[in-house]
Design a protein around this ligand. Structure first.
Ligand code: PLP
Length: 450
């Protein structure tokens, strides 16, 4: 029964990113099955999953092709590693397919088990690159406040979450941060384009402060996801690209959320018009059906590592796991077959944008933005002035509570309510989701006025 699950859960399971006292008091919601864009809990409630699990179930739940790929591979070869000059057919086939669907500079992949491991790999790989080139002093990696790049020591250090840094004595040395391109926080009074150029100039300022000869790389998510779906102005990334080029600094795109169709392009860097040297991925590569992550390595870095680098002293037991690779192959082929990138770009992405433009008129909403199938509503006290609520109100959590009770999973990041539904969502399901969002906004407004 639900009670039994909850009791055992709080007795034995230390959950990630969870307040343990609250969990012990209220118990977890127990999710027992899923299909398409819906989940069911142990009490039989149907829930529309507007977050694709954790931004990952791009093809939706219950896709037979992925399930069959996993079971067949489990029966044939459940595991073999890729260390010491061995390989397996699914890992090779996936490497080849990834080289095909990623931008042309990416010829090679380094496999990992998750996005965090992918970003740890980036830290070691960029430092190795500069070492091989005889510039070992290039150690510093610049990232951004409020970024999320994972929970390992290096991933959380690259990330810019203050609460995570406080708990782990982070960041590790030689990682430093600049402000995020969040117009509401830093740019009000300026045009978005001017603000984009200003926010990019903070990178150049930081490079000069550190010393260009010490900087190895800059890393960013095309759209900051866990930070609240912070969609940058169009001028931001092209300017970042110019600055990295000017100082010869490696540019890394963290595509863990934005990759595999989320923005209406295969990868977020294609949506925002920049050309990274390295690109991390996870989540959407298998639609979350099984863990897999990695780094796409562009020619500039691959050539140096392969032709001059010798052995790269780095790797994971599950780098190129055959079952995970078989699922990823089936997943990417399904994205191609169902034309999901085009579906987001031409159909449901613009349709969601229109619906959000209407939600922007709701008195609780200060800004309503989308990028492909990611969206964010900023909840404000005064719509005209974008005056925030008193943090003690916890308006995002109030709204999240209404979503939970009304069969909708939406995430609260501070006062930003965010969504990233499965890419298979239809127009009718967008209508259903938006109607639920509107109902929850009304209930939240009623609470706020009380
Ligand atoms: N990078 C980004 C942009 C993410 O959103 C996440 C996870 O949410 C990660 C990295 C870490 O990925 P994982 O949780 O698979 O380690």
């Amino acid at each position: 029964t639900t009670r039994e699950w909850q009791a055992a859960d709080s007795a034995h399971f230390l959950h990630p990113f969870t307040d343990y006292q609250s969990l012990a008091r209220k118990g977890s919601r127990v999710i027992t099955r899923a299909d398409n864009i819906y989940l069911w809990d142990s009490e039989g409630h149907k829930i529309l999953d507007a977050m694709s699990g954790l931004w990952c179930v791009n093809v939706g739940y219950g896709q037979r092709a992925l399930i069959d790929a996993a079971t067949q591979q489990l029966a044939e070869l459940p595991f073999y590693n890729s260390f010491f000059q061995t390989t397996t057919p699914p890992a090779v086939a996936l490497a080849e397919l990834l080289a095909e669907v990623t931008p042309p500079q990416f010829s090679h992949v380094f496999f990992a088990g998750s996005g965090s491991e992918g970003n740890d790999t980036v830290v070691r790989m960029v430092r190795r690159y500069w070492q091989v080139l005889g510039q070992p002093e290039r150690q510093v990696i610049i990232s951004r406040h409020n970024a999320y790049h994972g929970s390992t020591m290096a991933g959380a250090s690259l990330g810019g979450m203050a609460a995570m840094h406080e708990q782990g004595g982070l960041p590790i040395p030689n990682i430093t941060h600049i402000d995020q391109p969040y117009w509401v926080q830093h740019g009000q009074g300026m045009s978005r384009d001017d603000f984009g150029r200003l926010a990019a100039s903070w990178l150049e300022r930081k490079i000069l402060e550190v010393g260009p000869e010490k900087v190895a790389a800059f890393i960013g998510e095309p759209v900051q996801g866990a930070g609240g779906v912070i969609i940058p102005p169009e001028t931001y990334w092209p300017e970042i690209q110019k600055i990295c080029d000017r100082y010869g600094i490696l540019l890394v795109s963290d595509e863990v959320i934005c990759g595999f169709g989320r923005t209406g392009h295969w990868f977020g860097c294609e949506r925002f018009g920049f050309r990274p040297d390295l690109m991390t991925f996870a989540k959407g590569v298998t639609s979350g059906y099984i863990p897999l992550g990695g780094v796409m390595v562009g020619d500039r870095v691959a050539r140096v590592l392969i032709e001059q680098g010798g052995e790269f002293e780095h790797g994971y037991t599950y780098s190129g796991h055959p079952v995970a690779c078989a699922v990823a192959l089936a997943n990417i082929r399904l994205i191609q077959q169902l034309k999901l990138v085009e579906h987001v770009h031409d159909d449901v992405g613009p349709y969601l944008a229109q619906a959000f433009a209407q939600l922007a008129e709701h008195p609780l909403v200060g800004t309503a933005e989308t990028c492909g199938l990611m969206g964010a509503l900023l909840l404000v006290k005064d719509q005209a002035k974008l005056t925030p609520f008193d943090p003690a109100v916890g308006i995002g959590m109030v709204c999240r509570g209404h979503c939970f009770a009304n069969g909708l999973i939406m995430r609260a990041v501070g006062d930003r309510m965010i969504i990233a539904p499965p890419l298979v969502i239809t127009r009718a399901q967008v209508d259903e989701m938006v109607a639920l969002i509107r109902r929850c906004l009304d209930l939240t407004l009623a609470d706020a006025q009380r």
